[in-house]
Design a protein around this ligand. Structure first.
Ligand SMILES: NC(=O)c1ccc[n+]([C@@H]2O[C@H](COP(=O)([O-])OP(=O)(O)OC[C@H]3O[C@@H](n4cnc5c(N)ncnc54)[C@H](O)[C@@H]3O)[C@@H](O)[C@H]2O)c1
Length: 304
């Protein structure tokens, strides 16, 4: 058994003024990390802003004897991302850990989604994660150490009614995380992604029809359940990278993307026609003997 510890580590948690981010920040600080508490302080759609949410969490950490500073920048702009990372460097000298957690939500049936509801979610989740990770990655690379946790969603990977904009944004986060993981590995920057489900103001915004078919009323669980996995992934104890974990209703499980052996047309055979695909569709769909490639190149190399 190892004790997950963050002594001498500096962490940034985005969107740490409430919900999951607050729980992550409190736990990291409790275990010795110096933490930047970033939060825009707005509503669930990501509009408006204020200092109270971040300051409240900083006060909680300091009252418990920990070290933390506030940052109120939006992750949604490159300047905001740089300012968040600079806050860590100015206050604590470096960045060891980045928890990309900030998020907003604007649910609507697919045909009712407005361009703003799409753009504002892509801006916070995907571009936001990019904007903070790029300068943080640069500092981690200089130090030869880093741990980054991205927050995607089961909605993004598996789909969820009335959340096309959110799913598109969270799918983008997954794609981003994969590449940062591949590029970070040589620099001892380990990058993993979570699909959380826990009680928060954002979870409370889900409507009953989004849970049709579930065996019981969705009992999400406490944010601290998610924090246990996030803190582990953010620690030196974790040696894995480019992995994906679902944490929901008390279950912690690895999620993976696999490819079936499929049906292959050899280079010296005629190019397949739609009728050939129809004839071989069962073979193409058969998952027996699937593989879990670790990169695009690894996927191509599976092809006979
Ligand atoms: N709660 C769940 O069940 C669940 C499920 C899947 C994914 N998530 C993801 O977990 C993360 C945390 O969500 P939560 O459930 O704790 O909700 P939440 O609304 O309590 O937390 C999100 C935080 O992000 C902050 N934020 C929003 N826009 C910002 C911006 N532009 N810059 C900086 N901060 C900003 C908000 O002020 C808020 O404090 C989000 O990325 C969310 O999409 C949550």
């Amino acid at each position: 058994m190892s004790d997950v510890s963050f002594t001498h580590r500096v962490a940034i948690v985005t969107g740490a003024g409430g919900g999951l981010g607050r729980a992550h920040a409190l736990e990291l600080a409790r275990r010795g990390a110096k933490v930047v508490i970033n939060d825009l302080g707005g509503d669930i759609s990501g509009t408006n802003g204020g200092t109270a949410m971040a300051d409240q969490v900083v006060a909680e950490i300091r009252a418990a004897g920990g070290e933390a500073v506030s940052n109120y920048d939006s992750v949604a702009t490159p300047e905001g991302g740089r300012a968040i990372v600079q806050t860590a460097i100015d206050a604590f000298g470096k960045v060891d850990i980045l928890i990309n957690n900030a998020g907003n939500i604007k649910n609507a049936p697919f045909t009712d989604l407005t361009p703003d509801a799409v753009e504002s979610l892509l801006a916070v989740h995907v571009k936001g994660a990019f904007n903070v990770t790029q300068p943080a990655f640069a500092n981690m690379r200089e130090n030869g150490y880093g741990r980054i946790v991205f927050t995607s969603s089961a909605a993004g990977l598996f789909g969820s009614i009335a959340q096309a904009n959110y799913a598109a944004a969270k799918g983008g986060v997954f794609g981003l995380a994969n590449v940062v993981a591949l590029e970070g590995k040589a620099h001892n920057i380990l990058v993993n992604t979570i699909l959380p489900a826990a009680n928060s103001r954002m979870a409370a915004d889900m409507s009953p029809e989004q849970f049709i078919g579930m065996p019981t009323t969705p009992a999400h669980g406490e944010p601290e359940m998610i924090t246990a996995m996030v803190a582990y992934l953010a620690s030196e104890t974790n040696t894995q990278t480019r992995e994906l974990y679902s944490i929901a209703r008390g279950r912690y499980g690895r999620v993976f993307m696999g490819v079936a052996p499929g049906w292959t047309v050899a280079a010296d055979e005629p190019i397949a026609s739609p009728d050939d695909v129809a004839a071989h569709i069962d073979e193409i769909r058969d998952l027996d003997g699937y593989a879990v490639p670790e990169s695009m190149i690894a996927e191509f190399s599976l092809i006979p």
